[in-house]
Design a protein around this ligand. Sequence first.
Ligand SMILES: Cc1ncc(COP(=O)(O)O)c(C=O)c1O
Length: 425
Amino acid sequence: MTKFITHFESAIEPAVTLPANQIQTMHKSRPLWARYDLDAVARSMTKQQLAARPQTPWRYRELLPIGNCIEPVSLNESVSALISCRRLAKQMGLSHLSIKDEGQLPTCSFKCRGLSLAVTMARHFGIQRIAMSSNGNAGGAMAMYAARAGMQSVVFMPSNTPSANKMEAWVCGAKLFETNGWIDAGGKRIREGHDRGLWFDISTLKEPYRLEGKKTMGFEIAEQSDWSLPEVIIYPTGGGTALIAMWKAFKELREMGFLTSGTMPRFYASQSNGCQPIVSAWEAGKRFADRHEDPQTVASGIRVPTALGDFMVLDTLKESGGAAVAVEEANLAAWQSKVATAEGIIVCPETATCIGALEKLVDSGEVGRNERVVIVNTAAGQKYFEAPVPAVPQIDLNAETDWEDFETRYLKPANGKVCGAMRVN
Ligand SMILES: Cc1ncc(COP(=O)(O)O)c(C=O)c1O
């Protein structure tokens, strides 16, 4: 039984290292990187052995802090589908476009990747109460995994968080509080509680384990792409943890000699113009982002005015050769509908920003028409049931339906083949 993690390293001062055999948080209020003996992992895990393992994110456990010895807190997570979207690709002038659909996971969002691992590690180190400030999906996922582990959880959510997320937290027994400020302000209060010993703070990047859990998304994309990575990945960015985590995952696989193509993907961070601190910093050439005051977007997961890992996101974009792209808030519903109509996949409003970004990147020639593009659908669009549905026509069931009028008004021009053999004329 082995763990391959060797130590943690400060993301801002790499010379500062911290031991892996005790629970870690941050160093000087900045995030930590977990480091592994990657040669030892490469010796102990071949691609062929990996192929025979069950289809769960735990198949990559040598590259997680649990190694082979800590039992995960699990809700039977599966490997999420990488769905090839031919019709959407054609509409967008591309040859290869896929959606990594995280909406199919147990928490209906990608948040189970980080939270299952963070809760596992918290339980391993004897923590009994965990807390976070959340825009919704993470708080819901924390509550689910805490309940599964028999732990207490506390979550602060801005009052306009989607009710599906509030329900997830509440029904799983979390102590749920609404705040009259944004996620970063709530995060400061959660930290105060942590410092007073009330709970362990597992807010974004305030402990190093959620980041590690999210690497599994990158490992899956690599394995699903037969170890030849796509040229482009577009990710809806709030705190940016999964973007940073995928890049870390790819670098670890490269170091282990697992990747067959030499090229690494370019990462593009998409944001709504209603909350675009990373894009503004990118455009200004800064390494640290200014706060986006008065953030306004229905894409609650990316309503993040300040990100603790801003420099890690911006470094990743730069190192990978990508960029940060802001898109029109007013178009989010149209982009959601574009994907759903073409492919039957209901992406979340956060991921709708990726479609807008991709349109811009293809138009400007930054993304080539033959490049392989992956978009991450970070949550099921169905979780956002406050999303407005435009007024639709009413059918009066007390009156006869005039089918001729109905067909000309509402249905697409038909050529007699609409219902195949069932059509009478
Ligand atoms: C649906 C959804 N998409 C994207 C994000 C942003 O995630 P990250 O912090 O990795 O940028 C979140 C975070 O809450 C989210 O819930």
